[in-house]
Design a protein around this ligand. Structure first.
Ligand code: WQD
Length: 322
């Protein structure tokens, strides 16, 4: 029984490939290697190509007797999505249509989808539940919301069952330091803090310290990438057991501030993090963290790794690759 992982050479994808194989599943990865790294696959089978190549996807599904797909392949830069939206409509949204059409052609009827908490936009209330209204505030987030809907409709028209996983803020690296995030393709806080503390960039910019939060800086729900990977295994096995389609948040349910991230990093690194407080970033909510009950109830999954483990693993990984 093989699992096809699209975008498996990326950050969360590579950790999920490792977790699936560790759980005894055979895996084949489809990745264009445009933004991923083959060495992160640790020897998993790799087909280099695009999800838009329907014949390639169908042939791969048939050749490997694929039973389920985990779909990561997508662009994920909020800023890029606003300057080059066509990339996101084409690669993310149209690419997903090609993928599920190719799955249907190959009689593959299960998909786990890598969605995002950014589909909520600025939530009306925290913790954010899955029933909260979706207010995407950028093309990246809108593309994720549309991908969710497309996949859900293929459940109605083609009987494809799905689990959409709405990640909060993924961070950290493998606890054993073998794989981690490529900081050259991200604008997220934790890798930027690591760049600054390791002297690979100038000071990290703190986007505002005048929010209505305990220390004035933005609050987010940081979840360890290995906890996310375990959740994907649980979602695959949920579908293989035919337990039905759903959409769940993946977070810790705990909000942590930018200043807390800086302080933890200083403690782990043993030196200050060069930083400067600048104005707020447009579109940033003050506080976002997850209601995590549904994933516990339906997937029997909870995050187990702490913010300290996130920062420690991120620092160890980036220190080893600098
Ligand atoms: C986190 C906090 C910023 C950078 C992401 C993306 C997407 C999604 C998760 C999957 C905020 C502050 C950041 C910096 C800062 N994941 N910050 N200086 O904004 O929560 O959005 O959510 O789809 O990756 O949508 O993540 O890491 O950009 O910001 O002060 O240089 O750090 O204001 O409070 P965000 P982020």
């Amino acid at each position: 029984m093989t699992i096809l992982v699209t975008g498996g050479a990326g950050y969360i994808g590579s950790h999920t490939v490792r977790a699936l194989r560790g759980a005894g599943h055979d895996v084949v990865v489809l990745d264009s290697l445009e933004r991923g790294r083959a060495d992160a696959l640790l020897g998993a089978d790799l087909v280099v190509g695009s999800i838009a190549d329907r014949d390639l996807v169908t042939a791969t599904c048939r050749n490997y007797d694929v039973q389920a797909v985990v779909h990561f392949a997508a662009y994920k830069s909020v800023g890029e999505s606003m300057t080059s939206p066509g990339l996101y409509w084409d690669n993310n949204v149209a690419g997903t249509v090609h993928l599920v059409e190719a799955m249907a052609e190959a009689d593959v009827s299960r998909i786990v989808f890598s969605s995002s908490a950014s589909v909520y936009g600025t939530p009306d209330a925290v913790p954010v539940t899955e029933s909260a209204p979706l207010h995407p505030e950028n093309v990246y987030a809108e593309s994720k919301a549309q991908m969710e809907k497309i996949i859900s409709w293929y459940g109605v028209t083609h009987g494809i069952s799905s689990v959409s996983l709405r990640y909060f803020n993924a961070a950290g690296a493998s606890t054993d330091g073998v794989i981690g995030e490529d900081w050259s393709v991200t604008t997220n806080l934790v890798p930027l803090v690591m760049k600054a503390v390791l002297g690979a960039s100038g000071p990290v910019q703190v986007f505002g310290d005048d929010y209505p939060t305990p220390d004035g800086t933005g609050v987010r729900d940081y979840i360890h990438v290995e906890d996310l990977a375990v959740a994907h295994v649980a979602a695959v096995e949920h579908l293989l057991a035919d337990r039905g389609s759903l959409c769940v948040n993946l977070g810790t349910g705990i909000g942590s501030s930018v200043r807390e991230i800086l302080m933890l990093t200083e403690s782990v690194a043993g030196r200050p993090v060069p930083h400067e407080v600048v104005g707020r970033r447009a579109g940033d909510p003050a506080e976002v963290y997850a209601d995590v009950r549904l994933a516990a109830e339906r997937l029997n999954w909870r995050a187990t790794r702490s913010l300290d483990e996130i920062i420690t693993s991120a620092y160890a990984w980036h220190s080893s690759t600098i």
